[in-house]
Design a protein around this ligand. Structure first.
Ligand code: 13P
Ligand code: SF4
Length: 325
C-alpha cells in the first residue's frame, strides 16, 4: 500500500513539474510502464520524431535512448531537449562511426547512403536519406533503381529491405542490435508451437526475420490463421496498429523488446500477447526510470544538444525520412 502511494506521489510530482516547466514528455514503446504512464505521447521512432517536430512546448523530455533525443533536438532546434539519463545509448547506433561511413562512401562514389534512425547525429550528417523501421522500404523505393545504395547500420533490416524491394544494388553494413539479434528462430518456433492459432509480429531488426520469412514461404507453421498465415514484419508502432485492428480474442507472439507488451495489453483487453523471448530487454531503454524523469525536470538537466553545423547537415536526411511513408 505504501509502495503504491509512493508510485502515485512520484507520478503526481512528475506531472506537476512537467506543467511548471512547459515540457512535453515523449516516450518510446520500450519504456517501463511507470514512464509510459506519465508520457504525453508513446510511440515508435518515426512517431516520436514527428511529435518532437510539431510540439509547441518549450521543453522536450525525451524518454528513450540518446540518438532519439538527438533527432528531437535536430528537428526542433529552438526547444530545450532533455534526456533523463545521458548514458542511455544503443548498441546498434554504436556499430558505425561517421569516420567509418565516410570511408565506406569513399569506396562507393555516387552511391546513396541510407541510414536507419538508430545512428548518431554525426553519422546522420553523412547520410543522403534517413529511415525508420516503418518507412525503410518506402525510402529505398524512392531512390532511382540504378543508383547503388549503402544501407546502414542494421544488417537484418538491410537484408529485409533488399528482399522486399528486390534490389540487387544494396550494400548492407554488418551492424546489429544485441536485443533483436538475440531473438533466435528457436525461441520463436517454440513460442509459436505453444500458442496454436496465434499471429506472429516481428520487428525487422530481429536476426530471425529472414529465416522465419523463408520458413513461412516454404509452408512452415501451418496455413492461414496460424503464425505463417498471420506473420507480419512491422515497426513497434505498426505492431500496435495491427494489434488494435485485430478481432477480439486474437492471440499474438511478439518478437521485439518486451516493453511494448505493457501498452499492447493495456490498449487491447481481450487479446493475448506473448513475447517471442522473455530475455529481449534493452538495458539502455530501461535506464530511464521515473525517478530520473523527475530529477531531469526538477534540475532541468541532461540537455542533449547537437552542434548547429552537424544538425543542419543531418536535418536534410531526417526531413526526407519525415516526408516519406
Ligand atoms: P521502432 O522505430 O520500431 O520503434 O524501433 C526503434 C528501436 O530502437 C528498435 O529497437
Ligand atoms: Fe538500440 Fe536495440 Fe535498444 Fe533499440 S533495442 S534502442 S536498437 S539497443
Amino acid at each position: 500500500m505504501q509502495a503504491q502511494e509512493a508510485v502515485e506521489g512520484l507520478r503526481e510530482e512528475i506531472l506537476r513539474l512537467k506543467s511548471e516547466r512547459d515540457a512535453v514528455i515523449l516516450a518510446h514503446n520500450y519504456q517501463v510502464p511507470q514512464v509510459q504512464d506519465v508520457a504525453d505521447f508513446v510511440g515508435d521512432s518515426l512517431g516520436l520524431a514527428r511529435r518532437a517536430a510539431e510540439t509547441d512546448s518549450g521543453r522536450i523530455l525525451f524518454c528513450g535512448v540518446h540518438f532519439m533525443a538527438e533527432t528531437a533536438s535536430i528537428v526542433s532546434p529552438d526547444k530545450r531537449v532533455l534526456i533523463p539519463d545521458p548514458e542511455a545509448g544503443c548498441s546498434l547506433s554504436s556499430s558505425i562511426t561517421a569516420g567509418e561511413l565516410r570511408e565506406w562512401k569513399g569506396r562507393h562514389p555516387g552511391a546513396a547512403a541510407v541510414g536507419y534512425v538508430n545512428t548518431t547525429a554525426d553519422v546522420k550528417a553523412e547520410l543522403d536519406y534517413c529511415c525508420t523501421s516503418s518507412n525503410a522500404v518506402d525510402v529505398v523505393n524512392a531512390i532511382p533503381g540504378d543508383r547503388e545504395i549503402l544501407f546502414l547500420p542494421d544488417m537484418f533490416l538491410g537484408s529485409y529491405v533488399a528482399r522486399v524491394t528486390g534490389r540487387k544494388n544494396i550494400r548492407v553494413w554488418a551492424g546489429e542490435c544485441h536485443v533483436h539479434a538475440g531473438i533466435t528462430p528457436e525461441d520463436v518456433t517454440s513460442k509459436i508451437r505453444s500458442m496454436p492459432g496465434a499471429q506472429f509480429l516481428i520487428h525487422p531488426e530481429c536476426s530471425c526475420t529472414t529465416p522465419m520469412l523463408d520458413a513461412a514461404a516454404a509452408g512452415a507453421y501451418g496455413g492461414a490463421g496460424t503464425a505463417a498465415g498471420g506473420m507480419r514484419v512491422l515497426s513497434t508502432e505498426g505492431m500496435m496498429r495491427h494489434a488494435a485492428s485485430a478481432a477480439q480474442g486474437s492471440r499474438f507472439v511478439v518478437a521485439t523488446e518486451t516493453g511494448i507488451l505493457y501498452r499492447m495489453r493495456r490498449q487491447n483487453p481481450g487479446k493475448t500477447f506473448a513475447p517471442a523471448s522473455e530475455e529481449a530487454e534493452c538495458k539502455y531503454m530501461k535506464m530511464i526510470t521515473p525517478e530520473k524523469v523527475r530529477d531531469s525536470l526538477l534540475h532541468d538537466r541532461h540537455e542533449v544538444r547537437v552542434p548547429p553545423a552537424t544538425a543542419s547537415k543531418a536535418r536534410l536526411a531526417i526531413r526526407r525520412m519525415l516526408e516519406i511513408g
